[in-house]
Design a protein around this ligand. Sequence first.
Ligand code: NCD
Length: 308
Amino acid sequence: MESMHIISTKQFLDKKILGSIFKLADDMEEKDRAGILINSLKGKILASLFYEPSTRTRFSFESAMHKLGGNVISTESAIHFSSVTKGESLQDTIKIISGYSDIIILRHFKEGSAEIASRFSSVPIINAGDGMGEHPTQALLDLYTIKKEFGNIDNIKIALLGDLLYGRTIHSLLHLLGAYNVDIFLISPEQLKLPEKYKNYLDKKGIDYKEIDNIKKIIKEIDVLYVTRIQKERFNSEDEYEKLKNSYKIYSEMLKEMKDNAIIMHPLPRVNEISTDIDDDKRAAYFRQAKNGLYIRMALLEMIFKKN
Ligand code: NCD
């Protein structure tokens, strides 16, 4: 990590750095499961500033900070309860909050907002999702999940299914996959295809990817099926969303086709795209994935504060 901020997964394209984050996350899990208290961040304050809803990202960051002995300050919903309602700019809000805290976890509806915030902050900014841009800590926990489930990342075949246009977790994950030797399949409704800039990135990295029109065509050969929600909040009209909302669904019949050791991932929340029927199948990895978020975020906080 060359910068104190975490804005994009492009900052993490080094297998050694990724390996050390994963190792630290393993240590965090071991200590947590053994009930060992880690007080390394005692006296530090994390501010969570979320302009969009969140369950996993916010709770796991806040829990991670508490588990490391630090404190948390936050607002229920920054869009309603901070001074933005009075017309304050993000830039002024960040200048103020960075004076009250040691790290800011920012989720914002606008692509590029985390990068802007980092220019005005005196403390590290962690991008917890910037509109249709990126969600780097989610992608780190996604990659960590693959590593944990398979023991390796190289040589896996991964299918990314869903809203590849607006899905920021996909964008961040693609950067990271660029550090490995993997095969990628992209499957989405025509209107929600991966933006050119990410395809160009894969081309530049020499990563093999194919756009496929139906998951059924490759379901037998993949190791990881990464499903995403159609990002309703990014659409201009309800109608547009209604047309696409049931474009794909994973259900138990389909699992019969999948490899026995394949896994199904999802950053969550899911709406209709994965049937709850498959939740008890050992290949359904999304709840394990969400739990890994806690350990990855503990590791990231620990690393950031050790450095500063
Ligand atoms: C994702 C997000 O916010 O981008 N959620 C998460 O952090 N796990 C995915 C989504 O909202 O669909």
